[in-house]
Design a protein around this ligand. Sequence first.
Ligand code: SIN
Length: 357
Amino acid sequence: MNTHKQSYQGRASSPARRSIAALLAVCALVASQAAATLPVAAAQAPAQVPIVIQFSHVVTADTPKGRAALKFKELAEARTAGRVRVEVYPNSQLYKDREEMDALKLGAVQMLAPSLSKLAGFGGGDFEVFDLPFLFKDHAAYHKVVDGSIGAQLLRKLEARGIKGLAYWDNGFKVFTANRPLESVHDFQGLKIRVQASRTLVQQMRQLGSEPSISPLINVYEALRKGDLDGEENTPVNIYSQRLHEVQSSLTLSRHGYLAYAVIVNKAFWDRLPTDIRSTLEGAMRDATAYQNGLAETANTRALEQLKASAKLTIHIPDAEQLAQWREALEPVYLASQAWITPGLIAAIKLATGAPP
Ligand code: SIN
């Protein structure tokens, strides 16, 4: 509980958070030199000067992603015997959602683990396929995609934008919360619902008659508290760790979409690392990924229990008939998304997961 409180207070007035405008202005001034020369300097540095990897993310340190970032730090530092130092900045301390992507491309930060939805604006439009409602029936189906050739191809596409994808990290299935009960599809009419920056998610909410609102995670608590937003969708672990249950009255266990991450690095930085360091870091990332993926499902189950125990919101479990109604109402999102998702990708995912075409 304490950690949550500290994390939340930290985000409200964090002295560590930099002014993105100021930082990006500096980055723009030093332009390509910043991205190009820093990594070279790092690669040629004497042994006693560590290579620094700043790893920024937007959730609290006690979430699966927060803990896995710290695990990567521990493994990377130990296995390189101090030649690499990893600085982890959780809970938007350094950058909010969109800012962190800009910062990565400019080389102002080296490593991130954004949700797949947030890659869309950075040459990762196909990652919006993961936001399609009811695309995966369970974790195993999702893993068949990211652990196979589709997952690898999607990460490779980022390279043209100066981003190298290292791994996929799990979070879990999303649920809806709101300031009124959401039981039937009609209950969404007229509500302002926060979504991540993904055209598929925007379309999903429009299809339900809601007004989608894209905002950084760090702003959601305050917007819900003030009534600027009526609801949102997220995983139990994110809802609990951001304390969103304190400003919402109902939660619907819809499990309508899957939230996952890609761990990404600035490609120029990564390519200039000494070969032995890079392969040691790849090994550390493999082990941190296994650790993270082993935590996520249990963490969400536990967070759901904590949400129930908080007695702050009522929890609705949709029955089969309600779920069928939701699926039907959201089916047109698949057709609409063909305007931004590469033809054939949805069919390939359905084939890989054994879902009906
Ligand atoms: C995250 O889990 O990293 C953030 C998801 C969100 O913005 O809702």
